[in-house]
Design a protein around this ligand. Structure first.
Ligand SMILES: [Zn+2]
Length: 280
């Protein structure tokens, strides 16, 4: 089973063209082709035709049991109305987590303006995903997206589970330290490449992974994700295949950790199939 914990239905090439429903159709096609059982779709910090709102994505995916929504927040416009909106979505179980975008917006994760969002995450026991590391857009400011800043908010809100997206790329060691030190911090491996891995970069990332494993990173804290459509699902699955991981760790990363962290109700298809076959 595979759960991709980090995808988008944004249209990055032309934000003036409507992303829905086309990008969602493309996501479903890519999931089918790559045998991905479930995906989390993360909405943006900004809303325009190419970046649909959380409510629009919730409505568009309501009939899809294997697509779950993570609500993107905007630090720059965050208000009490947003808190009420999120509360309604959480009450309806329409979103599985929150996502913030330091770096894309100029703030540190521990900024007090977002405290009401963290209090909500604690009350509803949903994780907070945090963009970290490099920004896809050159106008981002990466000092804000350094993974070390996640330590601050993880200490301030010990009962909230935080997820550092993209392994803190390229600050892998800092990311590892924050995960190692804080029980409530996780990471995903998404967004390490634009499109496909090149041989050289793949070798470099494999080396980083080996270092993480020998350093003793807890495999229960690493989640599989791609950042699709920015990174390709094919390339990511191939990268996972080639990582020197014990099978049990691979299973944890590919689906078990995500199912537990986001409380996803996903029935393992293989087991279902086996139980049907056993009847014959
Ligand atoms: Zn992303």
């Amino acid at each position: 089973m595979i759960i991709d914990c980090h995808t988008h239905v944004n249209r990055y090439e032309d934000e003036s063209a409507a992303a829905l429903p086309e990008c969602l159709d493309r996501l479903l096609t890519s999931m089918r082709r790559n045998r991905v059982d479930a995906a989390l779709v993360l909405t943006s910090y900004t809303v325009n035709p190419g970046r649909p709102s959380t409510r629009d994505v919730v409505a568009a995916t309501a009939h899809l049991p294997n697509v779950h929504v993570v609500a993107g927040l905007s630090w720059s416009t965050f208000s009490s109305a947003d808190v009420e909106d999120l509360r309604t979505l959480l009450d309806a179980k329409a979103i599985k987590a929150l996502k913030i975008y330091p770096g894309y917006e100029p703030f540190y994760p521990a900024d007090r303006r977002l405290a009401p969002a963290y209090e909500l995450a604690e009350a509803y026991d949903v994780p907070v995903m945090i963009h970290s590391g490099d920004t896809y857009a050159p106008r981002g400011k990466v000092k804000y997206s350094h993974p070390l800043h996640v330590d601050d908010v993880a200490v301030d809100f010990p009962r909230v589970r935080f997820l550092i997206c993209h392994l803190g790329n390229p600050w892998f060691r800092d990311c590892m330290e924050v995960i190692y030190k804080n029980d409530n911090v996780y990471t995903d491996i998404s967004g390490l490449v634009l499109g496909n891995f090149t041989d050289r970069f793949e070798a470099y990332m494999r080396q980083q992974f080996k270092e993480m494993v020998s350093w003793g990173i807890n495999p229960a804290k690493v989640l599989y994700g791609t950042d699709w459509p920015i990174s390709s699902m094919e390339s990511y699955l191939q990268f996972m295949d080639e990582l020197p991981l014990p099978p049990s760790d691979r299973e944890m990363m590919l689906h078990e950790n995500a199912a537990r962290l986001f409380k996803l109700d996903v029935a393992p298809k293989a087991t279902g199939l086996r139980s049907i076959l056993n009847r014959f």
